[in-house]
Design a protein around this ligand. Structure first.
Ligand SMILES: Nc1ncnc2c1ncn2[C@@H]1O[C@H](COP(=O)(O)OP(=O)(O)OP(=O)(O)O)[C@@H](O)[C@H]1O
Length: 672
């Protein structure tokens, strides 16, 4: 057995709030040495080699509010549908599975807690529940300084998920700088925020890759390595100076040196007054020694919750003594959590022929009998202390956003432009638009009034091409950014409205420049009316059409949040709008004729034709015969003599309406 070293030193970073008081009513902000026994388990220490000291964290010394996390009898079940094959039909029945059962524990400021357990034992679920991010009903009590999760608390919690949720096209320095600008308080200047980001880069050893794009599997290109990406995710959370930091398997897939670097960084963060909890897979004994507390789960049940250095003594006290002198406590624990007793010393108490289920059951019962009562007692004791220290209502400034709406908008706009710079004016997109515009210009080369049908066809093509193109681009916007949006909104980083408006505005240059190029080329090559006023009006109508179509795409993407479903629905919708646009069918049956009124392509096409042909313009409808263009069958049925401002009004309503729908759909699918 190799117990952890005795930890009695405290990193030189102040853990007290600036004013020295404890506004949250936390019971303590002193770091308790981990050799004190709260569980009543005997402890025997042996001299051990000391692991490297945690790196000196220089950032964010100010206003740390220590948080004590207590959780009591936390249970969680999932319900899922199972399909059973009946004689004729597949029957669907709802099944419920308990993922967590009666997990209890305490994590205090200054402590680094590890959650251990076999794969599928519920570590991630517990971590997510403790961070207040689990959707669904969690039973039991989870409190932070004696209070339940509030929006104020949300901003004090940092959460690093197992999958790194990062913008792939931003570089390391950009990622951390934007996070600093969005998450650090108003009281710091921009330069100070940037300096904090630089410090994090240095302290997490990311200097070498600071200008490399983050990359990732979603981006289909490789950026920095997995370990570096993980460190960027941790750095993002470090920047917010969280009181409570949760990490889901921060070391998985990393070499032992990098894993050591990360855990030692976490320990440094804990020692500066934070409460840090992390799930971990199979830590080496070197890593294990760096944790203050461990919570061990077996099939969702706790089998140990307490000080890491006392686990072997505890297991020994309930009859599970390792057969060898030098055993990694984590390996021994994981074996037991799996119900395997191969490395357990032969003892009268233990039947080595017991099946795995009985071993697990015995450990679960031992926990309930030996550890649970003392944990409950400790929780009760802290509750009593917190009543004494509780500090009424939070300070006003606590409830405010860290940055103003306008500041958030500016940073998000800049970040969005940088993240999408590769796609905005990508060579491929420019080629696509240029080639289609030149090809259509050649196909309609210098068409004139003697070919009214062709010209009308070109105008309809304008409205349809620039209906499809922006719509399908916009569909991807929200579903692809959803993980980032959820992550950032969960930590109260910005208003949804500032994100939304920044996204809309950020997309404008690309959305407007490409159709402008297209219309300019095709209009003049295609021989449409050689009048500057008509050209400008045509261009304005097209740009308006693009914005409306983009709105539909955004709304579909935000409602369905699934690219496949949204593109399928969009293709059906656009097909309906195309057919009902008024070009292909001039006389629609009245019971379905209303369709054209919901088709933005119809209004756009009508406006394009309206500005192209004035009231009394004529064309040669036969040898020596001149007819009014507006009487041409394909044009007459559009009803151009009606007030065209009604068409503009219809497009305006759609422009605003689809955007409002997109915003509301996003709001409903978002935390807060
Ligand atoms: N939404 C869900 N739908 C179906 N099963 C779920 C869901 N959430 C959790 N589970 C199940 O609950 C159990 C615990 O999952 P969890 O991810 O918490 O385990 P874990 O200990 O973190 O595993 P690992 O170490 O492999 O990541 C697993 O069996 C998992 O399949």
């Amino acid at each position: 057995m190799m117990p952890p070293e005795q930890e009695t030193t405290i990193a030189p970073i102040s853990t007290r709030p600036e004013n020295g008081s404890e506004p949250d009513g936390s019971t303590t902000n002193k770091i308790k040495p981990s050799n004190l026994d709260d569980n009543g388990i005997p402890s025997h220490h042996h001299p051990q080699p000391t692991p490297p000291p945690p790196p000196p964290f220089t950032i964010l010394h100010q206003s740390l509010r220590p948080v004590t996390l207590k959780f009591e009898d936390v249970s969680y079940s999932i319900t899922f549908e199972s399909q059973k094959k009946g004689c004729v039909l597949r029957k669907e029945s709802k099944l419920t599975r308990k993922v967590l059962s009666g997990v209890t524990g305490i994590a205090k400021p200054g402590e680094l807690t590890a959650m251990l357990g076999p794969s599928g034992s519920g570590k991630t679920t517990l971590l997510t529940a403790l961070a207040g991010r689990l959707t669904g009903k969690v039973s039991g009590t989870i409190t932070y300084n004696g209070q339940s999760n509030t929006s104020l608390m949300k901003r004090r919690i940092g959460f690093v998920s197992q999958d790194d949720v990062l913008y792939p096209h931003l570089t390391v320095v950009e990622t951390l700088t934007y996070t600093a600008l969005l998450r650090l308080p108003k009281s710091l200047s921009k330069e100070e925020k940037i300096e904090h980001a630089e410090n994090v880069i240095m302290e997490l050893g990311l200097t070498r890759c600071r200008n490399s794009p983050v990359g990732g599997c979603m981006a289909l290109f490789r950026g920095i390595s997995g370990g570096e990406r993980k460190r960027v995710s941790i750095g993002q959370e470090m920047l917010v100076n969280p009181s409570l930091l949760f990490l889901d398997e921060p070391t998985s897939g990393l070499d032992s040196t990098t894993a050591q670097l990360i855990v030692s960084a976490l320990r440094g963060l804990a020692r500066a007054g934070r409460t840090v909890l992390t799930t971990i897979h199979q830590p080496s004994s070197r890593l294990y020694r760096m944790f203050d507390k461990v919570i061990v789960l077996s099939d969702g049940y706790p089998i140990y919750s307490g000080h890491a250095d006392r686990v072997m003594d505890y297991l020994g006290s309930v009859g599970y003594v390792p057969a060898f002198n030098f055993v990694n406590p984590a390996d021994f624990l994981l074996d037991l959590a799996n119900g395997i007793v191969a490395d357990v010393k032969h003892d009268d108490q233990i039947d080595h022929h017991e099946d795995q289920a009985s071993v697990k059951q015995s450990l679960i019962s031992s926990f309930k009998k030996n550890l649970y009562p003392s944990l409950k007692e400790e929780i009760q004791q802290i509750n009593n202390d917190q009543v004494i220290f509780a500090s009424g209502t939070p300070r006003r400034s606590d409830n405010q956003w860290t940055t103003s709406w306008w500041e958030q908008f500016k940073v998000l706009l800049k970040r969005g432009l940088q993240e999408r710079r590769h796609e905005s004016f990508s060579g491929l997109r420019i080629f696509q638009v240029l080639s289609v515009s030149i090809l259509s210009g050649l196909l309609w080369w210098h068409s004139d009034h003697s070919h009214v049908q062709d010209q009308v066809g070109l105008l309809f093509f304008f409205s349809i091409f620039w209906g499809f193109f922006p719509l399908f681009n916009a569909i991807f916007a929200f579903p692809l950014e959803r993980p980032m949006l959820i992550k950032e909104r969960s930590s109260g980083m910005y208003h949804l409205s500032s994100y939304y408006v920044a996204r809309m505005v950020g997309d404008l240059p690309m959305e407007l420049v490409l159709p402008t190029i297209f219309v300019t080329i095709t209009y003049w090559m295609g021989g449409l009316k050689p009048s500057l006023v008509t050209f400008v009006l045509t261009l304005l109508i097209m740009l308006f059409n693009v914005l409306v179509s983009q709105g539909i795409g955004l709304a579909l993407g935000a409602i369905l949040m699934d690219v496949k479903q949204a593109t399928t629905l969009a293709s059906v919708t656009m097909l309906v709008f195309l057919l009902a646009g008024g070009y292909y069918i001039q006389e629609m049956p009245s019971f379905i004729g209303w369709l054209k009124y919901i088709s933005f392509s119809h209004y756009c096409y009508k406006l394009l034709v309206g500005v192209q042909y004035e009231g009394n313009e004529v064309y040669e409808c036969g040898p020596g015969l001149h007819c009014r263009i507006r009487d041409f069958p394909a044009i007459k049925c559009l009803g151009l003599d009606n007030n065209m401002w009604l068409d503009v009004a219809a497009l305006t309503i759609m422009f605003i309406g689809y955007r409002v729908v997109a915003y509301l759909a996003l709001r409903m699918g978002q935390p807060r």
